[in-house]
Write a protein that binds this ligand. Structure first.
Ligand SMILES: Cc1cc2nc3c(=O)[nH]c(=O)nc-3n(C[C@H](O)[C@H](O)[C@H](O)COP(=O)(O)O)c2cc1C
Length: 311
């Protein structure tokens, strides 16, 4: 019997396929194309304490083998997520990960408190609830003059320490590849009691309109994702997996089942699929079939046989 089962922080995933934040909404639209109950998990669109309209102007720019995005965390806010989107999430099987952002530490703490209380209340009624919080520390820290929390280890430490104190839910911290030291950041997350790290978020990039003589993006820079970033993301996942004992959710440019195997061999416990959801609306189903076929062909019974085998 072949098994794709994985475990992160005591939570069982039926397989390693998790849909990445911001690329799958809350899953409802993709449910028209395939049975999303096949998925291991879903990370919500990045939530903030208050609703955000997102950025003006160009939001997505296609590049060679990837996209630049400047969505600006458009989202309905934590309260609307809990009241509205949870109605759908309560009915689906994949592990439910609430991706949480914030511009101040207070925002993160209040958001985490609300999500945690809601999950505890639902569980008391034997209802399905958010299983895990994924802290997106790539948001600009308004108090630090706009620099993202996720760049400097000691600034990120404060956010994680405060959130850790207010939530009973397993905590994953989503790392930015733009961090001054991504391995040091991951080690700090483990020290502060995070149960998991996920990486990578998008790489800071740029596109210039040479006729208009300006950046095409309102905020000058935007985040690069997709196949273009995969080799760098894979290297970072490998380095982080070797440096921490907590599980790693690996992502960055995955667009085939072979890519997933590479991330698992590099040490990822589970993987997240982002931009590929825009290239293939049935990405989850196709990748799962590819993964099963690879295991058959290579006579692999469990992903543990190949996880982290690259030293
Ligand atoms: C359009 C878009 C929106 C995203 N929004 C979020 C977000 O709200 N929160 C977050 O943590 N990551 C967000 N991401 C980053 C992805 O979750 C993922 O980390 C990144 O795209 C790398 O994976 P990929 O190359 O498979 O897309 C977003 C990415 C894209 C392309």
């Amino acid at each position: 019997m072949r098994s794709l089962a994985c475990n992160v922080a005591g939570i069982d995933f039926k397989n390693p396929l998790v849909m990445a934040s911001g690329t799958f909404g809350f899953g409802q639209e993709y449910a028209q194309y395939y049975d999303i109950n096949q998925l291991g998990g879903i990370a919500s669109k990045g939530l903030t304490l208050h609703p955000r309209p997102g950025n003006e102007g160009t939001r997505i720019w296609e590049t060679a083998s990837g996209i630049l995005n400047s969505v600006g965390l458009e989202n309905p806010g934590v309260d609307a997520f809990l009241q509205e989107e949870m109605k759908f999430w309560e009915k689906i099987e994949p592990v439910k990960i609430a991706n949480l952002g914030g511009s101040t530490i207070e925002d993160y703490v209040l958001g985490a408190l609300k999500i945690t209380k809601d999950a505890e209340d639902r569980r008391k009624l034997n209802r399905l609830a958010v299983d895990m919080i994924e802290l997106n520390i790539s948001c600009p820290n308004v108090k630090e003059g706009g620099m993202a929390f996720g760049i400097r280890t000691e600034v990120a430490r404060e956010v994680i320490r405060e959130v850790r104190q207010v939530t009973s839910l397993p905590l994953a911290v989503k790392l930015s590849p733009n961090a001054e030291n991504v391995v040091g950041m991951a080690v700090m997350c483990e020290e502060e009691g995070a149960e998991c790290v996920s990486l990578v978020n998008t790489f800071s990039g740029m596109k210039i309109d040479i006729y208009g003589r300006r950046s095409v993006f309102q905020n000058t820079y935007a985040g690069l994702s997709g196949p273009a970033i995969k080799p760098i993301a894979l290297r970072m996942v490998h380095q982080v997996a070797q440096a921490v004992t907590i599980p790693v959710m690996g992502m960055g440019g995955i667009s085939s089942s072979e890519d997933i195997i590479e991330f698992i061999m590099a040490g990822a416990e589970v993987v997240q699929i982002g931009t590929y959801n825009f290239m293939n609306l049935r990405a989850g189903e196709d990748l799962l079939n590819g993964l099963t076929a690879f295991m058959e062909k290579e006579n692999i019974n469990s992903l543990d046989e190949i996880r982290g085998i690259i030293s």
